[in-house]
Design a protein around this ligand. Structure first.
Ligand SMILES: [Zn+2]
Length: 141
């Protein structure tokens, strides 16, 4: 049992979790159930189960949205769609912030392109775009 912690600096768009996932109620069996039943009287399963489904453009396995890296905070309540990001380096046991080495994405054309992608996805919000510091704590066995 241990804990790993690191931080990210991200220049990008902060969005609530619900922006990248929609929730669908999925029926767990095909038996007939009375209205308002919580459990199926035939097999005893919950009538439905809430399932999160990634919206179009979000690859939850690779954590990318429209090709942009997505970073999550510890509580996973907010995601950070990154135009640029860097994480602290913990490979030597120390926690050193790594400098942004490639800042070519910080030009007006790249920023405009990012805004256009987010606007096209209907999630652009100027107030949530900027420099974010994301702290991540992960427990492991
Ligand atoms: Zn059933």
């Amino acid at each position: 049992m241990g804990v790993d912690y690191y931080s990210h600096a991200a220049i990008g768009l902060r969005v609530p979790r619900e922006t990248l996932f929609r929730t669908e109620e999925k029926s767990l069996c095909n038996h007939l159930k009375p209205k308002d039943a919580q459990f199926c009287p035939t097999c005893g399963k919950h009538v439905t189960e809430a399932t999160e489904i990634a919206i179009e453009g979000y690859d939850a396995g690779r954590d990318t949205f429209l090709g942009y890296h997505v970073e999550w905070g510890t509580d996973s309540e907010f995601a950070y769609i990154c135009l640029l990001h860097c994480a602290s380096d913990t490979s030597d046991g120390e926690h050193n912030m790594v400098a942004l080495r490639d800042t070519t994405a910080l030009n007006q054309a790249a920023i405009t392109c990012f805004i256009n992608h987010m606007t096209g996805a209907r999630i652009w919000n100027q107030a949530n775009f900027g420099l974010h510091v994301v702290f991540v704590i992960k427990m492991f066995d």
